[in-house]
Ligand binder design. Structure first.
Ligand SMILES: Nc1ncnc2c1ncn2[C@@H]1O[C@H](COP(=O)(O)OP(=O)(O)OP(=O)(O)O)[C@@H](O)[C@H]1O
Ligand SMILES: [Mg+2]
Length: 358
């Protein structure tokens, strides 16, 4: 089964009755998430918290396993040495980079995909040039799929994919198209490695591009982990049997489920932010300011220098603010190398609760 990958759109009816029915549900869940995320005041808070788990889960599909605690350290300390956590941190960098590119340029091109994969894998291998890449069954080792080979062939397929992403003349629902795009990207398998992770980043970028979401907060990775065997089987059945309908339904159900879960998560974060502001006002009225609360929620951790710059106060003052917040139980400090970081206790707890490893 090599070199037979067809161009898209697929020559089958995509919007079947079953798909249309599920589409309504997926769109409803997605719109609810978008609506809530749009009105929340400090969007960065959401995005930062949500993408920590996504980076962690997406890397876990590839068996790069780390804990939240390791990851928090790797992301906040430049010299923290833990390879798996570093890869997860790379994934988040790649995701942000892609998001900014799509927002700025208003399209999603082959070159952007190459840039994203480079960041995910931290290497410059680029598009596959040498033959020999095959996908194997994890257990038996048997070759199940041989992706197209030859740089030119791959580039042609990617250019076809790029067109499919940007053209909306076919009038096919963008969520259905997302399923087609994800299959096609994985089947092209343009890189030696990192195709899964890059493909999962492309999914969210496509939602942002089509304005179904403004913030990059919907990720299928956890759903894929929960349904890994079905995910691989359904991809393969598109290739072997042309079974698009089941594949598309699988992705649409994932969008519905994940949008619902993410909505709960962002609501919880928002409530925590509001409650924390109230509590700080009450127990530490002398240091309370809205800016201070935003700063301790901007990332899941903060540092003396961030408070110093953010509030334009002396280092001593910044340091005493953070100590008071720690004493009052809002923050917990950890030393990494020579630096001390202050984790937002409540936020870290929520992120962990919604993660796979608790
Ligand atoms: N039968 C198949 N046909 C097409 N694509 C497949 C098939 N089986 C798996 N894939 C895709 O290949 C990806 C793995 O490719 P690769 O190892 O290059 O990516 P990765 O990011 O390193 O790994 P992972 O997806 O496991 O994190 C899977 O995530 C899946 O999307
Ligand atoms: Mg891999």
């Amino acid at each position: 089964m090599s070199n037979t990958l067809k161009l898209i759109p697929p020559e089958v009816e995509l919007e079947t009755k079953r798909i249309l029915k599920q589409l309504t549900r997926s769109h409803r869940a997605l719109a609810e998430l978008k609506g809530f995320a749009d009105v929340i005041p400090n969007k960065n808070i959401l995005i930062n918290a949500v993408t920590i788990n996504e980076a962690k889960d997406s890397s876990e599909v590839e068996n790069i396993i780390t804990t939240h605690d390791e990851l928090f350290k790797a992301m906040s300390g430049e010299n923290y040495d833990n390879p798996a956590s570093k890869e997860v941190a790379n994934y988040r960098t790649a995701l942000w980079h892609g998001y900014r590119l799509v927002k700025e340029k208003g399209f999603l091109s082959t070159n952007m995909m190459i840039e994203i994969q480079q960041l995910v894998e931290s290497n410059r291998a680029g598009i596959r040039k040498l033959p020999g890449t095959v996908l194997r069954n994890d257990v038996t080792g048997e070759v199940i799929y041989t992706p197209p080979s030859g740089e030119q062939e791959i580039l042609n397929l990617l250019s076809n994919l790029e067109k499919y992403i940007s053209d909306d003349y076919d009038n096919i629902d963008p969520l259905v198209k997302l399923a087609v795009i994800h299959y096609q990207f994985e089947a092209i398998h343009p890189f030696y490695d990192g195709n899964g992770r890059t493909g999962r980043i492309i999914n969210i970028l496509y939602l942002v591009l089509k304005e179904l979401l403004d913030s990059p907060i919907l990720y299928l990775s956890k759903y894929i982990i929960r349904n890994k065997l079905a995910y691989y089987r359904l991809l393969q059945e598109v290739t072997v049997k042309g079974k698009w309908e089941d594949w598309i339904l699988f992705i649409l159900q994932g969008i519905e489920e994940t949008a619902e879960e993410t909505l709960l998560l962002v609501k919880e974060i928002n409530t925590l932010l509001e409650n924390t502001a109230e509590q700080i006002k009450e127990v530490l009225p002398k240091i309370y300011s809205k800016e201070l609360v935003d700063l301790i929620f901007y990332e899941f951790y903060t540092k003396i220098s961030y408070i110093q710059d953010g509030l334009d106060v002396s280092r001593k003052t910044a340091s005493s603010y953070l100590s008071s917040l720690e004493e009052a139980g809002f923050l917990i400090s950890v030393k990494i190398g020579r630096e001390r970081i202050y984790l937002n206790k409540g936020l870290v707890q929520i992120v962990k609760e919604y993660g796979i490893e608790k």
